[in-house]
Write a protein that binds this ligand. Structure first.
Ligand SMILES: C[S@@+](CC[C@H](N)C(=O)[O-])C[C@H]1O[C@@H](n2cnc3c(N)ncnc32)[C@H](O)[C@@H]1O
Length: 247
C-alpha cells in the first residue's frame, strides 16, 4: 500500500464513526433539489402501487420511505446507524425499521419484497457484492430495484454548487446564509467520502462496471442514467419473473 494511502487511512474516520458524525448533516440531502429529483425518478421508475412491499436499504432518516409509505402495502427501512433510525421512525410512522449491517446477510425472508430502493449507500459498503446477491434473494420474481450510487471520480462539491445556484433563484439571501455552515460541513464529508473511495475502502463505479455487477447478480437492466448533478448513477433493474427465467 502506498504511504499516502496508509496515512489517509489513519486520518479518515472509520465507517461507523463517519455515519454517526454524518447523521446531523443528512438534513442537507433531504432538503436539496438534487435529492428530491432522485426520489421522484425512483418512484416513477418503480411504478409503485397499493400492493407493493417496499424495502429501502440504508434508509438513513427515511426521506424516501416517508414519501411513499401511504401509497404501498408495506414499507421497511434498514440501516446500520441507530440515531438515523430514531428519526426515521418519527417521520415515517407507518414503516418498520430494522437496525442491521448491510455488509452481512439481510434479515428478511427470500422473495418477500416487490420493490427495493437504495439511495447513496452501495458505494459506501465493504462488500457491495453481498448486498447485490442479498437484494436478489429478498426480491420477488418480477420485482424491481432502483440503486443510486456515486460515479467513479465523483466530486460532491458539484452537487452543492448546483444546489447553491438553484437556491439563489428560489430562496432569500438570509435563508441561504443560514444554511451555509451545514453546506460547509457537507463539503468536508463529501471530500472524506471521495478520499475513502480513492484509497479503496469504498467503491465508486463506471457506468458499465455498475451494470455488469448487477447483471452478474442475476438482474436485468431496465435503465441507467446520470443524476445528482452528474455525480451518481441511477440504475433501475429487474429480477426476471419465473416466466422470463423459463424462456
Ligand atoms: C448517504 S446516507 C443516505 C441515506 C438515505 N438513503 C438518503 O438518501 O437519505 C448513507 C446511509 O447508509 C448507511 N450505511 C452505510 N454503511 C452501512 C452499513 N454497512 N450497514 C448499514 N447501513 C449503512 C448510513 O448509516 C447512512 O444512513
Amino acid at each position: 500500500m502506498k504511504i499516502i494511502d496508509r496515512l489517509l487511512r489513519t486520518l479518515l474516520p472509520e465507517d461507523r464513526t463517519f455515519w454517526k458524525l454524518y447523521s446531523p448533516v443528512i438534513r442537507i440531502l433531504r432538503d436539496s433539489h438534487e435529492h428530491r429529483l432522485i426520489r421522484q425518478k425512483m418512484s416513477q421508475y418503480l411504478n409503485l402501487s397499493k400492493s407493493d412491499k417496499v424495502l429501502e436499504e440504508g434508509c438513513g432518516k427515511a426521506v424516501w420511505l416517508s414519501e411513499v409509505q401511504a401509497r404501498v402495502a408495506e414499507t421497511i427501512g434498514v440501516d446500520g446507524e441507530l440515531g438515523m433510525l430514531r428519526e426515521a421512525r418519527s417521520v415515517s410512522p407507518r414503516s418498520r425499521f430494522v437496525l442491521a449491517n448491510l455488509d452481512q446477510d439481510l434479515p428478511f425472508r427470500s422473495e418477500h419484497f416487490t420493490k427495493i430502493g437504495s439511495i447513496l449507500v452501495e458505494g459506501y459498503l465493504r462488500k457491495p457484492e453481498l448486498l447485490r446477491s442479498e437484494s436478489f434473494r429478498v426480491l420477488a420474481p418480477g420485482g424491481m430495484m432502483a440503486v443510486v450510487t456515486p460515479r467513479k471520480g465523483a466530486r460532491f462539491f458539484r452537487v452543492l454548487s448546483a444546489e447553491a445556484k438553484q437556491r439563489k433563484q428560489e430562496q432569500t439571501v438570509v435563508d441561504n446564509l443560514r444554511k451555509l455552515p451545514l453546506a460547509v460541513i457537507a463539503v468536508i464529508f463529501g471530500k472524506m467520502a471521495e478520499l475513502k473511495a480513492v484509497i479503496g475502502d469504498w467503491h465508486f463505479y463506471e457506468k458499465e462496471e455498475l451494470m455488469e455487477a448487477y447483471r452478474r447478480a442475476g438482474f436485468e437492466i431496465v435503465a441507467c442514467e446520470s443524476v445528482y448533478a452528474e455525480q451518481a448513477w441511477l440504475l433501475v433493474i429487474k429480477k426476471p419473473s419465473q416466466f422470463d427465467a423459463a424462456s
